[in-house]
Design a protein around this ligand. Structure first.
Ligand code: IPE
Ligand code: IPE
Ligand code: MG
Length: 251
């Protein structure tokens, strides 16, 4: 994969979001393993191939004025995979975070981490922290890397934090509301996802943004992540615009 700057609007400018466009798109980028297996390649080659899709889709979302793109990169359940694959994925994350850093900054992409720090190798955390820091003042799209992320764990952490605040007398149990919970999730401060896309055909959430995606529109496509193109994204956005969101109200 190259390291040429993403063809986004760059520092200081931000494309306007079209009417009806989601503010926040969350993607379950699945199918790397199948992509590799179908070609008789090791699974890691599929993960490697998926890296360029990340670049292309980040660029496409930024150019459409989407404010937040959250990409599921490694779940808390993915640690159960073969050690070789886990090590390969961690190596890939470390290398990409280092290699793409200056390019992300030039392209005005702000990177955030979503997930538990505990469990991630120190070398990955180091590159992650450096990239988050280097892009902290970027004002274009926010790219949220869900790495070592599990929604249930995130809710457990929020519950613990609330319990500690109650025990210390900082908040009364009756003051716990949706905002208090939302403020203690890793996504605090970000709008909820409006659109959730899952590639590679499975129809499940796999422990992704269970709280935040309450009213997200769900679109599943059969395309495997390494084959997912800007046209596939455009089709999903068109479908999103055709959906009528009622949020429990009447039609
Ligand atoms: C998604 O691709 C990436 C990660 C989960 C890390 P998979 O590796 O799950 O690909 P499939 O589902 O086996 O094809
Ligand atoms: C979800 O995909 C996690 C990521 C895309 C990183 P999985 O492949 O791990 O999910 P399942 O096993 O199909 O539910
Ligand atoms: Mg999978």
């Amino acid at each position: 994969m190259g390291v040429a700057p993403l063809a986004t609007a760059g520092q200081g400018t931000k494309p306007a979001r079209d009417e009806g466009m989601p503010r926040h798109v969350a993607i379950i980028r699945d199918g790397n393993g199948r992509w590799a297996s179908r070609q008789g390649l090791p699974r890691l080659m599929g993960h490697q191939a998926g890296v360029s899709t990340v670049r292309r889709i980040t660029e496409a979302c930024a150019n459409r004025g989407i404010e937040v793109l959250t990409l599921y990169s490694f779940s808390t359940e993915n640690w159960s995979r073969a050690a070789e694959e886990v090590e390969g994925l961690m190596g890939l994350a470390r290398i990409q975070l280092a290699m793409q850093r200056s390019e992300l900054r030039k392209s005005n992409v702000r990177v955030k981490h979503l997930g538990r720090r505990e469990g991630l190798p120190p070398a990955v955390l180091e590159e992650l922290d450096k990239t988050v820091e280097a892009t902290a003042d970027c004002t274009g799209i926010t790219l949220v890397a869900a790495l070592n992320y599990g929604s249930r764990q995130e809710i457990v952490d929020a519950a613990r934090s609330l319990a500690a605040d109650v025990a210390a007398g900082r908040i009364a149990p009756t003051e716990i509301d949706e905002a208090a919970i939302g403020a203690r999730l890793g996504t605090a401060g970000l709008p909820d996802p409006d659109l959730m896309i899952r590639t590679a055909g499975e129809l499940r959430l796999s422990n992704y943004l269970l709280w935040q995606a309450s009213y997200a529109e769900f679109i599943a496509v059969p395309t495997l992540w390494p084959d997912f193109t800007e046209d596939d994204l455009a089709r999903a956005l068109d479908e999103f615009r055709r959906r009528r969101r009622t949020f429990g109200g009447k039609r």
